[in-house]
Design a protein around this ligand. Structure first.
Ligand code: COA
Length: 324
C-alpha cells in the first residue's frame, strides 16, 4: 500500500541570526574552527517572545498555505520536539489552538534529532488506519534554551527553528513506486548509547531543564555507520538503486557527517540538500526545514524520489523514502 502524501511544506526561523564571530566573543572558538569541523557559519536563535510553539505554528501556517488547504481540515497534529514549551500539555495542543483547528488528535513525539522521521511515520500509520484524514507533521525546537553557553564543544553546533508538512491519507487505489507518497520507512533506537548524547536534567530526575551533553567524536562515528545502514535498508525494502534517488534530505548536524555518509553509499554530493551552514543543527526541525528550503528554491520537484534520514540522542535513527 502506498503511504500518505506530502501536499505542502513550510518552515519558520527566529528573527535573530548569530554568527560564528558572535560566538567567538563568548567562548574560546573561531569562525575557522567551526566552519572547518562542521560547515556551520550561522544559526538563528529565538528571543523571549519566540517559543517552540510560535515557531511551529508559523511553519504549520506556511505549510497549510503551500498546500492550499484550511486549518479546519486538519484532524491530526504530530509535533516532534525535545524542547517543548512546557512539560505538559503537549506543544502540539498549543499549535492546534493557535491554528484554530481544535477537535482532532494532537500530541508530541520525543526522538530528538530523529523526531521528525518518527512523527512522520506515526502520522502516516494513523492516516493509513483511517483514524484521521489530513495531518500536520511538525519538527520544532528552541535548542538554544538547553545549551550550556559556556561549553564550546556543544554551544556552537545548534540553532532554533521549525519545519512542517501537510500529509494527506493515501487515496484509495494508490499503488506503485511512481505514485506520490511515503514508499517506505525504517526506524531504530539503541538506549545503550544514552551517555553519548543527552540532557543532564528533567522533571523526574533533577527538576531542572538541564543542558545538552555530548561526546562529539563518538557520536560522529556512530552516526555515519547507523545512517549508512538504515539508508541501505530502506533502499533494499523499496527495491530501488542508489542512482534512482533524486535528493537526499539529511538531518543537518554536521557537513562532514553528510559527506561521509554520502561517500559510503556512493551518493553524489550534488544530490544532498545541505542547509547546515545557515541553520546549524536544529534537531527535530532540521529535516523539514531542509525539505522546505529545497522545495521552495526549486530543487525538489513533484515526482522526485526523496530520501529523508536522521540520527539523534537515544540513540534514535531512521530513514524514509518519499515520492513527492
Ligand atoms: N572551538 C574551538 N575548539 C574546539 C571547539 C570549538 N567550538 N570545540 C572543541 N574544540 C577543541 C577540543 O577541545 C579539542 O581540543 P584538544 O585537541 O586540545 O583537546 C579539539 O578542538 C578537537 O576536538 P574534537 O572533539 O576531537 O573535534 P572533532 O573533529 O571531533 O569535532 C565535533 C567536534 C563536535 C564538531 C564533531 O565531533 C561532531 O560533529 N560530532 C558529531 C556531533 C553531532 O553531530 N551531534 C548531533 C547528532 S544529532
Amino acid at each position: 500500500m502506498t503511504g500518505s502524501r506530502i501536499i505542502g511544506t513550510g518552515s519558520a526561523l527566529p528573527r535573530q541570526i548569530v554568527t560564528n564571530a558572535d560566538l567567538a566573543q563568548r567562548v574560546d572558538t573561531s569562525d575557522e574552527w567551526i566552519v572547518a569541523r562542521t560547515g556551520i557559519r550561522q544559526r538563528h536563535i529565538a528571543q523571549a517572545d519566540e517559543t517552540t510553539a510560535t515557531l511551529a505554528t508559523a511553519a504549520a501556517r506556511a505549510a497549510l498555505d503551500d498546500a492550499g488547504v484550511e486549518a479546519s481540515s486538519i484532524d491530526l497534529i504530530v509535533l516532534a520536539t525535545a524542547t517543548p514549551d512546557n512539560t505538559f500539555p503537549a506543544t502540539a495542543t498549543k499549535v492546534q489552538h493557535a491554528l484554530g483547528c481544535n477537535g482532532g488528535i494532537a500530541f508530541d513525539v520525543a526522538a530528538v534529532c530523529s523526531g521528525f522521521l518518527y512523527a512522520l511515520s506515526v502520522a502516516d500509520s494513523l492516516l493509513k488506519t483511517g483514524m484521521a484524514k489530513r495531518a500536520l507533521v511538525i519538527g520544532a525546537e528552541t535548542f538554544s534554551r538547553i545549551l550550556d553557553w559556556d561549553d564550546r564543544t556543544t554551544c556552537v553546533l545548534f540553532g532554533d527553528g521549525a519545519g512542517a508538512v501537510v500529509l494527506d491519507a493515501p487515496a484509495a487505489g494508490d499503488a506503485g513506486k511512481d505514485t506520490p507518497g511515503i514508499l517506505g520507512t525504517r526506524l531504530h533506537a539503541d538506549g545503550a548509547q544514552h551517555d553519548l548524547l543527552y540532557v543532564d536534567g528533567g522533571p523526574s530526575t533533577t527538576q531542572t531543564v538541564g543542558h545538552v551533553r555530548m561526546k562529539g567524536p563518538e557520536v560522529f562515528r556512530h552516526a555515519v555507520v547507523n545512517l549508512a545502514e538504515v539508508l541501505r535498508e530502506v533502499i533494499e525494502d523499496a527495491g530501488i538503486s542508489v542512482a534512482d534517488i533524486d535528493w537526499v534530505v539529511p538531518h543537518q548536524a554536521n557537513a562532514r557527517i553528510l559527506d561521509a555518509t554520502a561517500r559510503k553509499l556512493g551518493i553524489s554530493p550534488d544530490k544532498v540538500v545541505v542547509t547546515v551552514h545557515a541553520h546549524a543543527n536544529t534537531s527535530a526541525a532540521s529535516v523539514p526545514l531542509a525539505l522546505d528550503t529545497a522545495r521552495k528554491d526549486g530543487r525538489i520537484k513533484a515526482g522526485d524520489l526523496v530520501m529523508l534520514e536522521a540520527m539523534g540522542g537515544g540513540f534514535t535513527w531512521g530513514a524514509s523514502l518519499i515520492r513527492m
